[in-house]
Design a protein around this ligand. Structure first.
Ligand code: PAF
Length: 291
């Protein structure tokens, strides 16, 4: 019989729990989250269950990855509902530390992953990826999982975490055990995100213009349309269909995240961040390599 999910709030309890599993020869998969769980997170959990005997999910709204004028206070906190969803998915442990324990008085360390962090969300959200890399490194050290799973929706975040794991020679998880899971989308194509719940009915309907405009741009690029022209049309479409600002719309190398002005032999990604009704949405999609 599947045992009940443990809700763990103290690091010593987490460590003894994971150590006991390891002593019993079991492997551990880890899904870090900030809660406000949706089907995208549950897809990560199901993928985690296929990879390891034990699954740990963390819920921690990490203050250091929010800028001063961002939505830290408004970010949805739904621990009870999240906990029920995770228990129903057969998660073994929910790791929910409090901010005081994660960042005690005098906390002074920050992991700055240059290069992949610099552009896109790194440029429009200064300090964001240092906050992400630092908390993810802490979470990895706390849980010490065999593998960790992240949504591809945050493509740049995934690239930053892989770079960090490679650069710091992380052992648990090793860089090749950091798994990207494809984005889960609504029927109209909008990528699932905890921030979608900020959208009212009108904005939610208009938000579907984002994936639609991205698909049009990709079809154009793959059929030889100049990238600058396809991106210009994409931006105009968003601004005429309810979006108020486009932070970036760019084609980039899928691994290095360097901007490219034409698809080449290497995998590429179309990356977009745009604002609608005071909500910032991000999305990315693959662009087929061209020989
Ligand atoms: O993707 C998220 O939810 C967060 O950025 C993460 C990885 C849990 C770090 O706080």
């Amino acid at each position: 019989m599947q045992s009940a999910m443990l809700a763990i709030h103290r690091l010593d309890h987490l460590r003894t729990t994971v150590a006991a599993w390891r002593d019993a020869g079991e492997s551990v998969a880890f899904v870090p989250t900030m809660g406000a769980l949706h089907e995208g997170h549950l897809t990560l959990v199901r993928a985690a269950r296929e990879r390891a005997g034990r699954v740990v999910v963390s819920i921690f709204v990490n203050p250091t990855q929010f800028g001063p004028n961002e939505d830290l206070d408004a970010y949805p906190r739904t621990l009870q509902a999240d906990s029920e969803l995770l228990a129903a998915e057969g998660v073994n442990a929910l790791w929910a530390p409090d901010a005081g324990a994660m960042y005690p008085e005098g906390f002074a360390t920050s992991i700055d992953v240059s290069g992949v962090s610099a552009d896109f969300c790194g440029a429009s959200r200064p300090g964001h990826f240092a906050g992400v890399a630092t908390v993810v490194c802490k979470l990895f050290n706390q849980v010490q999982p065999d593998c960790a799973l992240f949504g591809e929706k945050d493509w740049q975040q995934l690239a930053v975490i892989r770079r960090m794991a490679r650069d710091l020679d992380l052992i648990r998880p090793r860089v090749d055990s950091i798994i990207g899971v494809p984005t889960v989308r609504e029927d109209d194509g909008l990528a699932l995100s905890s921030r979608n719940r900020y959208l009212d009915e009108t904005a939610r309907r208009q938000a579907a213009a984002l994936p639609a405009a991205m698909r049009t741009a990709i079809a154009g690029i793959e059929n030889g349309q100049p990238v600058a022209q396809a991106l210009g049309t994409l931006e105009t479409t968003l601004l005429t269909q309810g979006f108020s600002r486009v932070d970036y719309a760019a084609l980039a190398d899928a691994d290095t995240l360097e901007r490219i002005d034409a698809p080449g032999a290497r995998p590429a990604r179309l990356l977009v961040a745009a604002h609608i009704a005071n909500t910032r949405l991000i999305d990315n999609m693959a662009v087929e390599p061209q020989s």
